[in-house]
Design a protein around this ligand. Structure first.
Ligand code: ADP
Length: 517
């Protein structure tokens, strides 16, 4: 480990290791297969670069990010480290040349895209090399439970079984739920005890959910106020990116756009101007960002809610890689839930995965409706329970008073129970507000004791209560395009009067009385 510390200083110019780096590096040096889970910007690259320099043999780095490979290789070369990459951006001749140089032992590190393993001749070539370390970046891409499954990642396992001398395997990722971690371990045959996970927390990120506001106006005002700062605005579809882009442009904002519908050239150009600070605001679909290593992004705004927390945390996490305070704002609108449901419905996923996607969507909605610390909510999702409230997210800073809503909660929960836990939000809200719709009559819900109990509220308000009770874990919404509400244990305790439910008081517009006397 002493040598590792020397290299850290000599080659990379850092005095000490960051959390997790030392543990991962020493395991790799002990030739232990390891899974390393560290947040974005946590310093995963050094975890394979340092062992690569200390090992006699070769290190391969498997990465899906072709655009990043060149940057990494250039940076290493600047430090005098011999590295190269092999991917589809090269001509056949260039590839041949690099393979030859590798055979002759010119490199310590070689970056490759997983698609390479489709070629049997490439694998035959690998078999001839003294490979000591195989680092797998973005390792969550191997799991179908992850949010970014890539079939080419499945080729890795096959490739590994064909190597005569098994190299040390280091799988790295920033986004892995406990289930995805288990999957990575199983697929790569890594002992579950060999997982090093540092905290997921990014203390410099300030999370906020904005509801019930004119979203475009919010964005315009925010962007105008922060003109000097770099920021990304994510929208769910190309069409929305185009609309928002024209809107901001018409408002006089210098803004770029990025989505898969643009030509490769246009995309590269947009990326470049943003990367080099010649343009501060970028409106994009989620196609933008994988592999964008821009450290001074001060805010990430989501114009639409993403499909799940993993995608959200990864996208929002592109803010503040330099450790400076940055904002991650999600603009919530109930319509977004419909868009995401539509995407899942239309996809050709197997039923089991669809169900899982619905579940994840439900947890994403929970993020939008919860009143707990937003950072805590995200970290809990990733199975990281070792932390306290962040103290600076929208919910931690929400100074509205907590009011007791146990009575309303009991009405709603009892109603769900009396409807035999077989219906969804809108029908429950209809029963509680005493609607006389056809469906109510058909099921004779107007005879229930909870019928019309909340007639003082609108259906929308009751719907919001239900969203809140779901987010806070009193109700569970089953998966599927028409989620059915059921009671959780905690919900039953509320009905039994064993626990109280509180909610932040709705904002009231205070009337200011001006004394003209
Ligand atoms: P990740 O791949 O985990 O997102 P990177 O490996 O790109 O993160 O590292 C993020 C930044 O942190 C880089 O600029 C890197 O040089 C820097 N870094 C990594 N390790 C250290 C360290 N021990 N001390 C200081 N800076 C570090």
């Amino acid at each position: 480990m002493e040598q590792a510390t020397t290299l850290l200083k000599k080659i990379f110019g850092y005095d000490s290791f960051r959390e997790g780096q030392k543990d991962i590096i020493s395991r790799v040096l002990d030739r232990q297969d390891t899974v390393g889970i560290m947040p974005t910007g946590g310093g995963k690259s050094l975890c394979y670069q340092i062992p690569a320099l200390l090992f006699d043999g070769l290190t391969f780095i498997i990465s899906p990010l072709i655009s990043l490979m060149k940057d990494q290789v250039d940076a290493l070369r600047n430090e005098g480290v011999s590295a190269t990459f092999i991917n589809s951006s090269l001509s056949q001749e260039e590839v041949r040349q690099r393979l030859k140089m590798a055979e002759e032992g010119h490199y310590k590190m070689i970056y490759v895209a997983p698609e390479r393993f489709e070629s049997t001749s490439f694998i035959d070539w690998l078999k001839t090399l003294p490979i000591e370390l195989m680092a797998i970046d973005e390792a969550h891409c191997i799991s179908q439970w992850g949010h970014d499954f890539r079939p080419s990642y499945r080729l890795i396992k096959q490739m590994l079984t064909q190597l005569v001398h098994k190299p040390v395997i280091l799988a790295l990722t920033a986004t892995a739920t406990p289930q995805v971690t288990a999957d990575i371990c199983q697929l790569l045959e890594i002992d579950r005890h060999h997982v090093v996970q540092t905290g997921f927390a990014r203390d410099n990120l300030f999370f906020q959910v904005v509801k019930g506001q004119d979203q475009r106006r919010f964005i315009r005002e925010y962007v105008m106020k922060n003109q000097a700062q770099s920021g990304i605005i994510y929208a769910a579809t190309r069409k929305r990116v185009e609309q928002l882009h024209s809107f901001l442009k018409d408002e006089g904002v210098q803004v770029g756009k990025y989505h898969a519908g643009l030509s490769e050239e246009e995309r590269a150009q947009q990326q470049e101007v943003f990367l080099y600070d010649n343009l501060n605001v970028m409106v994009a679909t989620n196609a933008f960002g994988m592999g964008i290593d821009k450290s001074n992004v001060r805010y990430v705004i989501h114009y639409n809610m993403p499909k799940n927390i993993e995608a959200y945390y990864q996208e929002a996490g592109r803010a503040g890689r330099d450790g400076q305070a940055s904002e991650c704002i999600l603009l919530y609108s109930p319509q977004d839930v419909q868009i995401q449901k539509f995407f899942i419905d239309q996809s050709d996923m197997e039923p089991l995965y669809k169900q899982r996607e619905y579940e994840k969507l439900q947890q994403m909605m929970g993020y939008c409706h919860t009143e707990m610390c937003l950072q805590t909510y995200i970290l809990d999702y990733f199975g990281d329970h070792q932390h306290s409230q962040c103290g600076h997210c929208g919910n931690c800073l929400d100074e509205r008073e907590n009011v007791d809503i146990t009575k309303e909660a009991q009405m709603i929960l009892s109603c769900v129970k009396r409807m035999n836990q077989r219906f969804g939000k809108s029908l429950v809200a209809q029963v509680l507000t005493g609607s006389s719709s056809q469906k109510i009559k058909q099921f004779r819900f107007n005879t229930l004791s909870t019928y019309g109990l909340m007639a003082d509220y609108s259906q929308k308000q009751v719907g919001e209560f239900i969203d809140y009770l779901t987010a806070e874990g009193y109700l569970r919404a089953t998966t599927g395009s028409y989620p059915v509400l059921t009671l959780t244990e905690q919900g039953v305790d509320v009905i039994l009067g064993q626990i109280k439910v509180t909610k932040k008081e709705a904002l009231r517009v205070k009337q200011i009385i001006v004394d003209n006397a």
